[in-house]
Design a protein around this ligand. Structure first.
Ligand SMILES: Cc1ncc(COP(=O)(O)O)c(C=O)c1O
Length: 389
């Protein structure tokens, strides 16, 4: 039987071999939940193609659901938003002194600065364009990744205040990033908050009067009220990732990944499967070929405990995952060509989600979601209820 036979219409068979179905309504509900929870403004983090969900669709959804800001890593991501007509405030936090900042400054992108060199570059771009640049200064309060080290903070603030007086830029915000907000032990987060409060005092002593203070990522927004301040920067939680260890906040996964049974074979006990025959069938069984692989972002380690759902039942992914294909052992279950294969779905329906894949493969769901793509199609839907089609 072919997929066309099963659906009754060749036209209804998608050409893509796998599809990411993104429920924008779930993202909107997640944003509303966060807004109700914190009562602060929300910055929707749409970097890395909206964690794989589609940057522009997510940006529009987030703004419609009440997010006030959009957050991205690179200037290019910020300019993509502007080119698409998005006029909302956008912060980008990975400009460096060699980034071309002319368009960003001219188009009102807020640029984060963590060192004097980047601040000089922003002021230079402002001078060239005649626009007043908007800047948020980033302080390192304990993450030791980005941000000005505490020892350089005062000098950075003093320099920024001088540029303000010269009319080339205005510091509209101060921020920092939390390292351990997912941890139930709040001590590290508390220490970062105190360091940030001190940094704000230092900035004020240097004559800056920033309007927007922000510290919290999703885990801070969900579980550390002291970090909420004026704005919470949420990525993972928008997409339904429960970032706080052992806690659920009623967030909904927004991405479903489906494919179909492209080939089937019955094999005897003892048959070696896929490259290196790392899996050998223990009994007579049916093997299903699903036409997605690591070239589409499926982690190769998923064959060490990963499962998919076919016909409402879970079955193991077995043998080495190839670039374009993976194999599922469905035993004696009556699976036929064209059956839907749910790779990622809703745990409430017994389907795996990104967290389950992350647990199996030793990573975090963020990496799973942003890694998916390759040749997969993506379709956006607006499901009114929690049910997905
Ligand atoms: C600077 C910054 N703020 C906020 C976020 C959002 O964090 P989360 O996805 O944990 O909400 C990220 C990263 O994802 C980030 O790099």
């Amino acid at each position: 039987m072919t997929p066309a036979d099963r659906t009754g219409s060749p036209a209804s068979v998608p050409t893509a071999l796998a599809t990411r179905i993104v429920d924008l309504a779930a993202i909107a509900r997640n944003i509303r939940r966060i807004r109700e929870h914190t009562g602060t403004d929300v910055m929707a983090v749409v970097k890395a193609d909206g964690f794989g969900h589609g940057w522009l669709e997510v940006a529009h959804t987030a703004l419609d659901a009440g997010a006030k800001w959009l957050g991205v890593a690179t200037v290019d991501e910020a300019l993509d938003l502007r080119r698409a007509g998005v006029t909302a405030p956008v912060l980008c936090w990975l400009a460096d002194p060699w980034t071309n900042l002319l368009d960003a400054v001219q188009q009102g992108v807020t640029v984060s600065c963590a060192n004097r060199e980047t601040l000089d570059a922003v002021a230079g771009a402002a001078g060239e364009t005649g626009a007043v640049a908007e800047v948020h200064l980033e302080l390192d309060t304990g993450m030791s990744r980005g941000g000005a080290p505490e020892a350089e903070w005062l000098a950075l603030c003093v320099a920024a205040a001088e540029f303000e007086r010269a009319g080339s830029l205005v510091v509209t915000g101060l921020w920092s990033h939390l390292a351990l907000a997912v941890d139930p032990d709040p001590s590290s987060t508390d220490a970062q908050r105190l360091a940030f409060e001190h940094g704000v005092e230092v900035a004020r002593s240097a004559d800056l009067a920033p309007m927007t203070l922000h510290l919290a990522n999703s885990a801070g927004a969900l579980d550390h009220p002291d970090t909420w301040l004026d704005l919470v920067r949420c990525g993972a939680s928008l997409y339904g990732i429960e970032t706080v260890l052992g806690r659920t906040h009623g967030l909904e996964s927004a991405m479903r990944v489906v494919s179909r049974v492209s080939q089937l074979r019955r094999v005897s006990a003892g048959t070696g499967v896929s490259y290196s025959h790392a899996y050998v069938a223990e009994r007579d069984t049916t093997l299903v070929l699903v036409p997605v692989g690591y070239g589409d972002g499926i982690p190769r380690d998923l064959s060490h405990g990963g499962e998919v759902v076919i016909g409402g039942l879970r079955h193991p992914v077995v043998g080495a995952i190839s670039m374009d294909q993976l194999i599922v052992d469905v035993g004696d279950h009556p699976v036929v060509l064209g059956d839907e294969v749910v790779l990622l779905g809703s745990p409430e329906k017994g389907e795996p989600d990104a967290q389950e894949w992350a647990d199996v493969t030793g990573t975090i769901s963020h990496e799973i979601l942003t890694g998916l793509g390759g040749r997969m199609a993506r379709r956006h839907i607006n499901a009114d209820t929690k049910a997905t089609p």
